[in-house]
Design a protein around this ligand. Structure first.
Ligand code: DX5
Ligand code: ZN
Length: 220
């Protein structure tokens, strides 16, 4: 199933609860929550208290993307705060296998992310252990950047591997996605689309509906 996960990084933080309620009503499938620590990426965004507060305000699926240097320190806290899935970067410090185990033991879905310059081969041995692989379409750290076209080759490569070894694995793509390029990304084999600016800048309801109309054409 194709799913839309709007990234609240591009939302109006003064009205965050309303913004999430709006995407829920409009038919978005999950909320993508970008956590940045100012170390792994050169920006600071949302932390544990925000996830806790939003959890009380929304029953949507929370897709938490940890762009942090030391995930082992914080996985449990994000799990308790209300994450449904937790995605860690393969490039973060520490042991990826250990991070996966921590997320699993916390009872959450496991996501593994790679940045645009990291080859799909970095995921060897881990794909089978994940529920979702997240491919960054931009360098992590900021919303509103342009999608890097070479990432579509990585989506195709990963889709080929998943079809063979783990067909139920979600392939999520994050960064630079718009209503104009989303079909190329779906055609390459992605099934979960993260969109920040192209959902929250302007008419949020209309944008969510426009994405979902495109998804409906695919029948998958
Ligand atoms: C970038 C974040 C993305 C970003 C997407 O580090 O992981 O989720 O917010 O925003 P847009 O869709 O504006 O590129
Ligand atoms: Zn993200």
């Amino acid at each position: 199933m194709l799913k839309l996960a709007p990234s609240i990084l591009a939302a109006d933080f003064a009205r965050l609860g309303d913004e999430v309620a709006t995407i829920d009503r409009a038919g978005a499938d999950m909320v993508h929550i970008d956590v940045m620590d100012g170390v792994f990426v050169p920006n600071i965004s949302i932390g544990i208290p925000v996830v806790q507060s939003l959890r009380k305000a929304s029953s949507m699926v929370f897709d938490v993307h940890l762009m942090i240097q030391d995930p082992a320190k914080y996985i449990q806290a994000f799990a308790e705060a209300g994450a449904d899935s937790i995605t860690v970067h393969a490039e973060a410090s520490g042991d990826l296998g250990e991070h996966i185990g921590m997320i699993r033991r916390a009872g959450k879905k496991v996501g593994i992310c790679i940045s645009p310059d990291t080859p799909v081969s970095a995921l060897d041995g881990y794909i089978e252990k994940a529920d979702m692989i997240l491919l960054m379409g931009v360098q992590p750290g900021f919303g509103g950047q342009h999608y890097m076209p070479h990432v579509s080759d990585k989506i195709r490569e990963l889709r080929g591997i998943c079809d063979k070894i783990h067909p139920s694995c979600d392939i999520e793509v994050d960064g630079g996605i718009t209503l104009d390029n989303v079909e190329d990304i779906l055609d390459a084999g992605a099934n979960v689309i993260v969109a920040g600016s192209s959902v929250f800048k302007g008419d949020v309801t209309a944008h969510v509906k426009a994405y979902k109309e495109i998804f409906a054409k695919y029948g998958r």
